[in-house]
Ligand binder design. Structure first.
Ligand SMILES: *Cc1c(COP(=O)(O)O)cnc(C)c1O
Length: 323
């Protein structure tokens, strides 16, 4: 077993982890010499870490997040005992900026801790970090922290043109991604990147392990950095860009094929998630579709092919004829 715990123990994948973290720090346009990160057990832990840093900076802060936010965020707020306000979403799943502005205005005496979704779970809508930053500026909010939950889309948004506003240069203070979604690691994992200056406030030196205690868990699994390192080394920036291009093309194709067959499918701009009204139960079970509020989705991960989309559309249409 490879561990990622300590400086006292010398067998590890620390060098690989450093490569993975610096790769994403570059991709997310972190400020020079003010970034830090680690390989987590998944997107949820990355969100917990981002919110934890925010709370240590602003213990009196109020957290704002949209209705479409992943359930891990509410759980994390509960664990951290942080107060939060849920903001309405627009029909596409993006945060309602007017509702956000009005709600912050009513609480403008409190520091703002913003949880931005860089791809919501159901419709993969991206909250625009630049627009959120503008709202904070408008309201003259000086104390603020923006954490970006980029579990799915955070891993490939940097390859899009135009580039969505989601990273450090756009105003984020931390970003969490999952490693087992777009990147395809075979076990749950993720990466969180934050400002080093913020991390330094919570770091504690621990003599027994011979290193600083900076992460949520103690001993960590050292295989995750290996898998991520391998994926990044073998794909490279070009390979990842190509995977994104492929996924987007397949998603566009899926929308087109479903629409041709009278199914009002849609997707957000530059999203690989295709949304449509719930198909009959037989189709939901066969294709193991996630459903919420009458809508289902498919996510065109890099391994999904046009042939699979054809099969899906065919069985969907057949099942509708039977109703
Ligand atoms: C999947 C997902 C998460 C949780 O990620 P895990 O890696 O499963 O912990 C958080 N937020 C969003 C938007 C997600 O899609």
């Amino acid at each position: 077993m490879i561990l990622l715990c300590a400086a006292t123990y010398a067998v590890g994948s620390r060098e690989m982890e450093k490569f993975v973290v610096s790769f994403f720090a570059g991709l997310f346009r972190t400020p020079e010499d003010d970034w830090w990160g680690y390989v987590t057990n998944g997107g949820s832990e990355g969100n917990l870490y981002g919110l934890y840093l925010a709370r240590e900076l602003y213990p009196k802060g109020m957290v704002y997040y949209s209705e479409a936010t992943h359930y891990s965020v509410q759980k994390n707020l509960h664990l951290l005992n942080m107060p939060g306000i849920i903001i309405r979403t627009l029909p596409n799943g993006e945060i309602d900026y007017n509702d956000l502005e009005n709600t912050i205005r009513m609480n403008r005496h409190l520091p703002v801790i913003m949880l931005a979704n860089i791809g919501t779970t159901m419709t993969e809508a991206r909250d625009d970090v630049k627009r959120i930053k503008d709202i904070l500026k408008n309201l003259a909010i000086r104390h603020h922290y923006i954490h970006a939950d980029g579990a799915l889309s955070g891993s490939y948004s940097a390859f899009l043109e135009p580039r969505p506003a989601f990273d450090f240069a756009d105003g984020a203070d931390s970003i969490a991604i999952s490693g087992h979604k777009f990147i395809g690691a075979p076990i749950p994992c993720g990466v969180v990147i934050a400002r080093k200056s913020n991390r330094d406030r919570i770091a504690r030196s621990v003599a027994y392990i011979g290193s600083m205690d900076t992460t949520i868990t103690g001993s960590r699994n050292g295989h995750s950095p290996l898998f991520l390192w391998y994926a990044l080394k073998s794909l490279g920036v070009e390979g990842l860009r190509e995977r994104a291009r492929h996924s987007l093309t397949v998603a566009a194709y899926a929308v087109e094929r479903l629409n041709e067959n009278g199914i009002p499918a849609w997707r957000n701009p530059d999203a690989i998630t295709v949304v449509f009204p719930d198909p009959p139960g037989s189709i939901r079970r066969k294709w193991q579709l996630a459903s919420e509020s009458g809508c289902s989705h498919i996510i065109c991960m890099p391994n999904v092919s046009r042939a699979q989309i054809d099969q899906f559309v065919e069985s969907f249409v057949e099942a509708m004829v039977l109703i």
